[in-house]
Design a binder for this molecule. Structure first.
Ligand code: ADP
Length: 614
């Protein structure tokens, strides 16, 4: 299972639990609120029942005294005394009818000790009780036994229900008759009909004798056993009424002793009973529970909504807490990464510093090596120059010996001419001596300048002058060769180069050329210079043998020479190329197509005016 699937499953389970919690809260809210509402309704019902009970009790109490009082009446006493006396019967009948009329009862009648009706308020009616034997009636039996009788029943004559109150007439221990008052209680039902609850009054048999809905009258609340039915039928208490059972099914018994019931499969009703004090009768109140259900539903919805809200807040708080935790973790991770980065940067900086130190050391080493190299190069240069001077020394010695010999002769002659007084000849000789000394001075000056280790600091060299000086240094060798010298150098060409160095290069190239053409029949040396765009070029060409293939490829190698030992060092070209390179120039060599070697040097032109003369 992937992480995402697990998270989805977790969320699903959480949603299920939350839903279950909301339902549980709703259910709990429903139960608690329903119980409370039922309790409240129960209290209201009990109050209502007590009120009905009081009304009923006071209604019955109104007539309580009546049968007792009847026994005290003269007319009644006279009737009991002589029941056959028609006048007395008529008196009693009139009296009872008037009394019945006045007290609003249903019927008032008097029975003898055997239960026969002696006089009755309804004597005039065809269905009058007069003469009826009612000794079997329980209210008679109770009264003849000396007690006050109370009985609800249905009249056998007219099938009219009523409440019978009876009292013994005469001595209670041996009554001579019984006075009976029959009361209709239907007016009570009128009060009950106002309420939206149903009210019933059940007698000792569980038979409904009064009900807010008259339909239920003479129905039973309890299912009667056959024996009971038999007994009731025998007593004619309800005058053979069928006594159907009311369809009242119990739904739930409450802790208060009340019950929830269905009446004729209708909605659930709260059933409450109150047993009348001092009587087996029961008042039954059936009140609708719609309000209870609505209140409970409302509470359930409220509880569910509050739970859902609380859960939502909890989830929101939790996700906020998680977000904060994640943010803190991310910050910590960032800090860790930052620290790691700083550590790496520190390490790298340390590495770099070390590398830098090493590099500096290497640079210093390079500088030292370069200085060494330069010194070596300078030393080589010097060696090369000295070698050239060495080569030239024979010529120079010859060059100096000639004027010295002439000087010696001339000075001797001058002394003689002075002694003779030939002043003009002496003067001419002195002038010649002067010229010779000047020439010797030039030779030694040129040598001194050539042998100098470094240049004189100028960085502009006139090509024509440099060539002139080089040729002057090699003058003796040139004169001894009878060669054809071609010079084509523009005197305006000035190169950006030290003149002394340039002279050294030219001396090298010309001396090599002279070596090459030493044994040639008609030696020829051609030196030309010109400006080509941004560079000056000077060519030294001879008509010697040129280079072999090997020599051409190795010309610029140090110590490469084809000359016999003692004559060549193999440094001339190497140093010359180095000098030109230092000034941004170059030196190339090739064999001329028409034979002989050709060296071409290039140099950048000078920006300053050339330094004429030295
Ligand atoms: P060195 O003159 O002491 O031998 P260089 O470096 O001046 O040293 O010359 C190296 C070699 O180049 C010479 O030995 C020679 O073989 C060759 N070379 C130089 N110039 C010429 C030339 N003009 N003609 C033929 N060969 C030459």
């Amino acid at each position: 299972m992937t992480r995402q699937q697990r998270r989805l499953l977790d969320r699903f389970v959480i949603a299920l639990v939350a839903l279950a919690l909301v339902f549980a809260a709703g259910w709990l809210g429903y139960r608690v609120s329903r119980l409370a509402a039922l309790e409240r309704q129960g209290e209201r019902g009990q109050q209502q029942l007590r009120l009905y009970n009081q009304t009923l009790a006071s209604e019955l109490a109104r007539y309580d005294y009546l049968p007792g009082v009847l026994g005290l009446d003269d007319k009644v006493a006279a009737l009991i005394e002589n029941p056959r006396d028609k006048a007395r019967v008529a008196d009693a009948n009139f009296y009872l009818a008037a009394l019945n009329e006045r007290s609003g009862t249903r019927a008032i009648y008097v029975l003898d000790a055997k239960g026969k009706v002696l006089a009755t308020s309804n004597w005039q009616r065809t269905d009058s009780y007069l003469g009826e034997a009612l000794g079997y009636r329980p209210y008679f039996r109770q009264a003849i036994a000396g007690q006050s009788g109370r009985f609800y029943g249905v009249g056998t004559t007219r099938g009219e229900s009523g409440y019978y109150l009876s009292s013994p007439i005469g001595n209670r221990r041996a009554p001579v008759g019984v006075a009976v008052v029959k009361v209709g209680l239907e007016q009570l039902e009128a009060h009950w009909q106002d309420a939206d609850s149903r009210v019933m009054l059940a007698d000792e048999n569980g038979v409904v004798i009064l009900a807010s809905n008259p339909v239920w009258r003479l129905s039973t609340l309890n299912t009667l056993s056959n024996a009971e039915r038999e007994r009731i039928a025998q007593s004619l208490q309800y005058n053979r009424a069928p006594l159907p059972a009311i369809d009242l099914s119990k739904v739930e018994a409450l802790a208060t002793g009340d019950e929830l019931v269905h009446l004729e499969r209708g909605p659930v009703l709260l059933s409450q009973r109150l047993t009348l004090p001092g009587s087996p009768w029961q008042l039954i109140l059936l009140s609708p529970t719609g309000e209870v259900r609505r209140a409970a539903m409302g509470s359930a919805l409220l509880a569910a909504a509050l739970t859902a809200l609380a859960l939502t807040i909890a989830v929101a708080l939790n996700s906020r807490r998680r977000r904060i935790a994640e943010r803190l973790a991310a910050r910590a991770a960032l800090e860790a990464a930052n620290n790691e980065l700083e550590r790496k940067v520190f390490e790298r900086t340390a590495d770099l510093s070390a590398a830098n130190r090493q590099l500096k050391a290497e640079v210093a080493e390079r500088i030292r090596a370069e200085a060494n190299l330069r010194k070596t190069q300078d030393d080589l240069l010097q060696a090369g120059k000295l070698a050239v001077i060495g080569q030239m020394s024979t010529g120079i010695a010859h060059e100096l010996n000639q004027p010295l010999a002439a000087l010696r002769t001339l000075s001797g002659n001058t002394q003689k001419f002075l002694a003779r007084g030939d002043l003009s000849t002496a003067q001419t000789n002195l002038a010649t001596i002067n010229q010779l000394v000047e020439r010797m001075g030039r030779i030694t000056g040129a040598l001194k300048s050539f042998a100098r280790k470094t240049g004189n600091g100028t960085s502009s060299a006139n090509l024509a002058e440099a060539l002139e000086n080089a040729l002057f240094l090699l003058d003796t060798r040139l004169k001894g060769m009878k060669l054809e010298l071609v010079r084509d150098v523009d005197p305006e060409l000035v190169a950006a180069c030290d003149p002394n160095r340039l002279e050294q290069v030219l001396v090298n190239l010309i001396a090599n050329a002279l070596d090459a053409i030493a044994g040639v029949e008609s030696p020829r040396l051609e030196i030309r210079a010109a400006r080509h765009g941004d560079a000056l070029s000077l060519t030294v060409r001879d008509n010697g043998a040129g280079f072999s293939m090997e020599a051409e490829s190795r010309l610029f190698e140090p110590f490469f020479t084809t000359k016999p030992v003692g004559q060549g060092l193999g440094l001339g070209l190497t140093l010359s190329a180095g000098i030109l390179d230092d000034y941004g120039g170059s030196l190339v060599a090739d064999n001329h197509p028409c034979g002989g070697a050709r060296f071409t040097l290039t140099l950048p032109p000078s920006m300053e005016k050339a330094n004429h003369g030295r």
